[in-house]
Every structure is written in C-alpha cells, then in structure tokens.
Design a protein around this ligand. Structure first.
Ligand SMILES: Cc1cc2nc3c(=O)[nH]c(=O)nc-3n(C[C@H](O)[C@H](O)[C@H](O)COP(=O)(O)OP(=O)(O)OC[C@H]3O[C@@H](n4cnc5c(N)ncnc54)[C@H](O)[C@@H]3O)c2cc1C
Ligand code: SF4
Length: 325
C-alpha cells in the first residue's frame, strides 16, 4: 500500500522503545513497549507526591456554592469514599465519562457537543502472506487527504478481529478464513462535522450521535479510494462491507462506484475511537460557572482534530498541570 501511494503515505512514527512487533497494542502491550500512562504520567505523578487509588469509581463531583470541593465514589470492594479537594478537582475521565459525570453532579453543559472521527475498515485478500511477520497494530498511514477530512491507517489486528471482517457464510466463509493470513485490513477515518450529545440514562452514559450525509459521503469516498489502492497493490479480492456494493470487488470500476452510493444511515459499519468535546472551559481550564472544577482531557477540545489524538490530549493535560502549579 505504501508503494502504491508513494509520498502520500508513510510508516507511522511510533514511540515504543523495545517493541517486539507482537501486534497486541490494542489489548495491552505484553512487552511494556507501548507508552501507556502506567509507564510515564502515572509514575511521574506518584514520584511528585500524587496518591493513586485504583479500582475505584468516582460517582459524583461534590459542588458547594458553585465550587468543586471534592469527589465521592466507590471501590470495587463496595467501600465508599469521599476525597476533599484543597484547590481543585481535575477530571480526565474521557470525552464521554467526563461530561456524563458532570451531568450526574448537576452541572449544566451548554454547546460544544460531542465530536469524533467515525471510521470504517476494509479487507483485501492478497497472494502474499500479510501476517506472521513482526508487526504493530497500527504501522502505516496516510494523512495526505487530511484537507478532505479523510485519513487512512493500516490495522494489524489479532486473528479473531480480522476474521470479523471476512464476508460470507458456510463453506465460502470457511475457505476465506483459511486464507486469513493473506488478508490485509486498512481503516478509513473521517474528521466528521457532526456534533452529538452525551446524556444520562438509567444504564449510564448515552451518546446521541449521527454522522451527517457529508460525513458519510467522505467515508464512502475513502473506502472507494482504499479499494482502488488495494487492487493496485495486488489484492485478488477486496471485501468492502458496504451495503449496496458487491460483497467482493475485483475491478477498479466497482471500487470507484463505492463513492457514488447514496450515503444513507447504516450502510457502512463504523466505529469511533477518537472522541472529543462536550465541555466549555474558561481560564485555567475550569468548567464554566463552577470554580475549581478543571478538565484535563479531550472533552474541552473545541472540535475534533483530524489526527490521532493521544499526543494532543497528553499535551493538553500538561498545560492544565502547568496552569495549576
Ligand atoms: C482501540 C483504540 C486504538 C487507539 N489508537 C490510537 C492511536 O494509535 N493513537 C492515538 O493518538 N490515539 C489512539 N486512540 C485514542 C486514544 O486512546 C484516546 O483518544 C485517549 O486515550 C483518550 O484519552 P483520555 O485521557 O481522554 O481518556 P481515557 O484514555 O479513556 O482515560 C480515561 C480514564 O478515566 C477512567 N475513568 C472514567 N470514568 C471514571 C470514573 N467515574 N471514576 C474513575 N475513573 C474513571 C478510565 O478508567 C480511564 O482510565 C485509540 C483508541 C482506541 C479505543
Ligand atoms: S507491537 Fe504493540 S504490543 Fe507488540 S511489542 Fe510493539 S507496542 Fe507492544
């Protein structure tokens, strides 16, 4: 794929010292190579005097006279706790859990609704063996079409996840699954314009979100480009998983036609792993209207950013820390 796109794609620069290419980045790195928080920010915080309580869920932010004064929660054992804040309560529970906890704690949230990068994936069957060699879960990408709000990324997934992208049933499915090591999967993500909302429900947080037709059109365009690129790279078959497209694509004309499909709801299976917005903040990253209630995650971002957000979120958290030092 990198050869097909030339200068428009590149290997992903990964900060994973000691990576052994075992391709389990999404499940938890067995080699402590992926720089998860337990390897950097958490030990750094503890070394600087933080006390970490694990297996404990914050249930509510305690707010008195429009000031956050602590949190209440419960340990996995069932024991409850209350923590009192000296200066501020800093929330970093993610762009779904943070707004939800605020709502549960009686904070009114206005505007700045939930955004994300919805995306889909496409599989191609190649003569060449694709897996079995050392690999990372995400190792190559193209951000070249960023201005068109489309981003591509290779997905080196474990067999069970990869198998879920194989179409068909019965003997046909069986024969395709036998060739699973020859299946390449790439993802197409979209910097969507749609805004949604995190709400309370009896079962926990509920996200109301629907991509616009424009967003769906972008994803279809990305999938069409991906199918073309896979065929150019030598795929014998491309499996688009798009309602209205053939189950198996073998020609450029079929690949191109994906972009022209009507972008109705539900025609493409989608997922979103980059989540943003939901909370308006003011000076020192405090929630509007409540003193000492501070946000340190992507829920204070004014919009989605179009690229993988981990580094931006970590940088934002550092800015928050500096603001309160
Ligand atoms: C499969 C997958 C792959 C991804 N790959 C990439 C990638 O390659 N590059 C990239 O940049 N980004 C990637 N992302 C996105 C990235 O992981 C997230 O954007 C980022 O982790 C969000 O950071 P956060 O601190 O806002 O939230 P989180 O990382 O979700 O952290 C929130 C923390 O708060 C805790 N929490 C929540 N509620 C409570 C509560 N009530 N009480 C106590 N604790 C609570 C949670 O347990 C969690 O530990 C990926 C995401 C997924 C799901
Ligand atoms: S590929 Fe991912 S899981 Fe495997 S060692 Fe490297 S960082 Fe860890």
């Amino acid at each position: 794929m990198l050869k097909v796109w030339g200068h428009k794609a590149e290997p992903i620069m990964r900060s994973t010292p000691g990576c052994k290419g075992s391709g389990k980045c999404m499940q938890g790195c067995p080699n402590h190579a992926k720089q998860s928080m337990e390897l950097n920010y958490i030990p750094m915080s503890i070394a600087n005097g933080a006390r970490l309580y694990s297996s404990c869920e914050v249930k509510e932010v305690v707010i008195k006279n429009r000031r956050a004064v602590g949190v209440k929660g419960r340990f996995a054992s069932g024991a409850t706790f209350t923590a009192h804040a000296r200066q501020a309560v800093i929330m970093a529970a993610s762009a779904i859990q943070t707004p939800w906890l605020l709502l549960k704690s009686g904070v009114q949230l206005k505007g700045n609704g939930f955004m994300c990068h919805p995306g889909s994936a496409m599989a191609g069957l190649f003569d060449k063996k694709i897996v079995g060699m050392p690999e990372a879960s995400q190792s190559a990408q193209s951000t070249y079409w960023g201005k068109e709000n489309i981003k591509f990324e290779s997905l080196g997934m474990p067999r069970a996840f990869r198998a879920a992208r194989v179409p068909g049933a019965g003997k046909l499915l069986e024969s395709r699954l036998e060739k699973l090591d020859h299946v390449a999967i790439w993802g197409v993500a979209c910097k969507a314009e749609a805004r949604g909302k995190v709400m309370r429900s009896p079962l926990g947080p509920l996200v109301a979100y629907s991509p616009t037709d424009h967003d769906r059109k972008n994803i279809l365009k990305g999938l069409s480009m991906m199918a073309e690129a896979m065929l150019q790279a030598g795929a014998k078959e491309v499996w688009p998983s798009v309602y209205g497209a053939p189950e198996v694509i073998t020609s450029m004309a079929e690949a191109k036609r994906i972009a022209d499909l009507k972008p109705g709801p539900g025609i493409v299976p989608m997922a979103a792993t980059h989540l943003f917005c939901g909370v308006n903040v003011r000076e020192k990253f405090q929630v509007e209207g409540i003193d000492g209630l501070v946000i340190a995650d992507s829920s204070f971002f004014p919009s989605n950013i179009g690229v993988n957000p981990m580094t931006a979120i970590m940088t934002a958290a550092q800015l928050v820390a500096k603001a309160w030092m």
